[in-house]
Design a protein around this ligand. Sequence first.
Ligand code: KG4
Ligand code: ZN
Length: 358
Amino acid sequence: MSGPLVLAIESSCDETGIAVVEGGRRIHSNVVASQTALHAATGGIVPEVAARAHLRWIVPVLDEALADAGVTPRDVDAVAVTYGPGLAGSLLVGINFAKALALVHDRPLIGVNHLEGHLYAAWLLDPDEPEKAEPVFPLVALIVSGGHTFLVEMTDHLTYRLLGQTVDDAAGEAFDKVGRLLGLGYPGGPAIQRAAEAAVRRDAVFPRAWLPGTFDFSFSGLKTAARRIVDGARRTEGLDDPEATLSAATTAELAFGFQESVADVLVTKAIRAAEEVGARSIVLGGGVAANSALRQRLASEADARGLPLIVPRPGLCTDNGAMIGAAGARRFAAGERAGLDLDARPSLPLARPAVGAR
Ligand code: KG4
Ligand code: ZN
């Protein structure tokens, strides 16, 4: 493989990720320092705590990423960094660090949209992975994370048309809130998946918000329904003490029912969108794409229609530097350069006017 060697930095939320990626595809190194344990204590992310943790970890993560790849900053062609969307304080740490590296080592700086990173994770290849075909355009991508849930059509590189998005909570947010309701701790997504895998009874039915006629999603009603269903189950089990938790069997049954509801809506809409735009492949990304039930369900529905599905391995679905390197290389190849005045854009949308929004 050839192409630019990009040093990429991701610090938009609660993972400090730095990677070295070649040609927008081949991972040379990809180091992630996760703050999950830190935020588990507070049951969610406290922005200032997250920003300070980035400050603490960014230098050791860089050292490890360079050592793993066997390069120095002088060997890379560009420094890419997430500049939005995300938490302002967290973004500022990565952006300022990237600016310093670019300035000191006289390398171009590339600003990358975090959501574009989740999309471009589909192009990544692990260090020893055999070459494989790239996703074919036009494609439909479903990006589901803790902060975002949307369906987008890509007719070419860096060219997006938003088909639908959540009108309230993101899918990952729903997983995290229902995880908390079930006493499973933070983050709720992986915990709900683990609980659901142990479900023997699979009778609990959770509602689905179809929002007919659109590719939009809504998960706030599901969250409210989950609260009602959990309260009902607590009464059935005679739990008066608010600290008492449901039996493992009931927790598993409810986790399974909730996960089915989310996966059902996401998969049905993604497939319908792919059919409507005549997509030649489907991409799944974002932290919730690590969910095995969602992956399996989308894989079987796509397979039934002869549509290739590209889903990065779970570690590349959750936030990481490599995905920023993949997207950054495309922006670099397109001639984009960020100035040293690059600022954090906490609410940056995916489709910037200059890059193919229709
Ligand atoms: O993409 P990501 O790492 O960060 C954001 O950009 O938001 O996504 C984090 C989200 C969290 O809400 C987490 O609960 C969810 O992804 N998640 C999962 C799983 N692993 C992570 N949700 C369901 N099943 C999983 N296995
Ligand atoms: Zn993310």
